[in-house]
Design a protein around this ligand. Structure first.
Ligand code: SF4
Length: 414
């Protein structure tokens, strides 16, 4: 798609990318794009600055790398799916079944491009912070693995339809997507819920064998415990950390500061992972990369190397509290230099999350944030507990934004 500095390409990888292929991808971003690689909150790679001439050459270069990626309706499975000993079921395998089934239907051509499905296998890294039209999440019901089906939201806000058997995963997802498709090319699950409540979705599943049919909203806190009331170990959506894998090796997640990095720096990160014994990398939701195949000792080495290169290696790093879109001059719609201001706001170490949006579109975070700063023709709009489209409580000049946020943080701390 066209942006302020040329064409933008998105790649939604599936599973582990070999380090060789990842380095080649970064080299292609340097050669054909502007040399910056982005990883989004949904775990998508973005390369910017391509031209009509260079984009096909970039695509040809990527085709040669045999990176598994999806190009239909997004079906998102957990990072580490199939590798994670903590997962209740392999969400990657369920997602692959659904993707295959979708190619045999007319649904991809009848649904809005942003309609998505999240399949959460109940492992160490959950998908709770990602919004999806259809959600299926593994949980234990009477000691057996079931999938909690829900629609229209993230892990906390989606509306539950009850638990289904894993063998019904594909059929249930197709039926729920069909409900959305029948409402038109622009329909989304949350809009159907607002207009019609849950009835149509429930009716679509009326003939599915179900283990239980809870009609209440998704009970996020309860989902953190199994049926015996024990805490599920390490179930979190933050990918920064070290994880034991099924084969006895380890994975180490690090994040890109503000969701982007120089391609050359990412190549050096891949070199560091290779030197520490990793064989691949996964792109994870939360603007993160996870090196796969480390030993526990060398996982620490890798984290130290990543930190030296400017990557985020601790979940409490204040840069994790700031989300910034591409902004000016990268995006043609931008009325603010989002990325330039982001490090200054992170250094304030506010007790709340900040979303910096170059315009009211709010690409980097469609949902509400404690503080949203929006570029407008009249200056920077400050929105408390809202989205980039909500009414601001103050307008400040771009130069005054850090001081205004520092004052607001002081008030919040009192
Ligand atoms: S929010 Fe606006 S300025 Fe930022 S990337 Fe999206 S369209 Fe561009």
């Amino acid at each position: 798609m066209p942006t302020g500095d040329g064409l933008l390409v998105r790649l939604r990888p599936i599973g582990t990318i070999s380090l060789t292929a990842f380095k080649e991808l970064c080299a292609a971003a340097r050669q054909y794009g502007n040399g910056v690689v982005e990883v989004t909150a949904r775990g998508i790679i973005q390369v910017r600055g391509l031209s009509a001439a260079s984009a096909p050459r970039f695509a040809d270069a990527i085709m040669l790398l045999s990176i598994a990626a999806e190009d239909g309706i997004p079906v998102i499975a957990n990072a580490l799916a199939g590798l994670d000993p903590a997962e209740l079921i392999d969400a990657g395998a369920l997602a692959a079944d659904l993707r295959r089934a979708l190619t045999r239907t007319s649904l991809p051509g009848r649904l809005a491009p942003k309609v998505s499905v999240a399949i959460d296998g109940g492992g160490a890294l959950n998908l709770d912070t990602l919004s999806a039209d259809v959600r299926l999440r593994a949980e234990l019901v009477n000691g057996a693995v079931a999938l909690r089906a829900s629609v229209g939201g993230d892990g906390a806000s989606a509306t539950s339809l009850g638990a289904i058997m894993p063998s019904d995963c594909t059929e249930v997802a197709l039926r729920l997507l069909e409900v959305i498709a029948q409402r038109g090319r622009d329909a989304r699950a949350r809009d159907i819920l607002a207009a019609e409540e849950i009835g149509s979705f429930r009716e679509a599943l009326s003939s599915c064998p179900a283990l239980c049919r809870a009609s209440t909203s998704y009970q996020h806190e309860k989902e953190k415990k199994d049926v015996d009331g024990r805490d599920k170990p390490g179930h979190d959506s933050n990918p920064i950390g070290t994880y034991r894998l099924l084969d006895g090796s380890f994975a180490r997640g690090v994040a890109l500061a503000f969701g982007h990095a120089e391609a050359a720096t990412l190549e050096r990160l891949a070199d560091a992972a290779e030197a520490d014994g990793a064989h691949g990398v996964q792109i994870a939701p939360g603007r993160a990369l996870i090196a796969i195949g480390l030993t526990r000792e060398l996982a620490n080495n890798f984290a130290a190397a990543a930190e030296c290169l400017g990557f985020i290696v601790r979940a409490d790093d204040p840069r994790r509290r700031v989300i910034a879109c591409a902004g000016a001059p990268v995006c043609a719609s931008a009325l603010m230099t989002s990325r330039a201001i982001a490090p200054r706001l992170a250094s304030i170490a506010t007790p709340f999350d900040i979303h910096i949006s170059g315009c009211a579109k709010g690409c980097a975070q469609p949902r509400s944030a404690a503080m949203t700063i929006v570029g407008t023709p009249d200056g920077c709009a400050l929105v408390a507990n809202g989205t980039a489209r909500d009414t601001p409580f103050a307008m400040v000049s771009p130069e005054d934004v850090p001081a205004a946020i520092a004052r607001y943080a002081e008030v919040c701390r009192v």
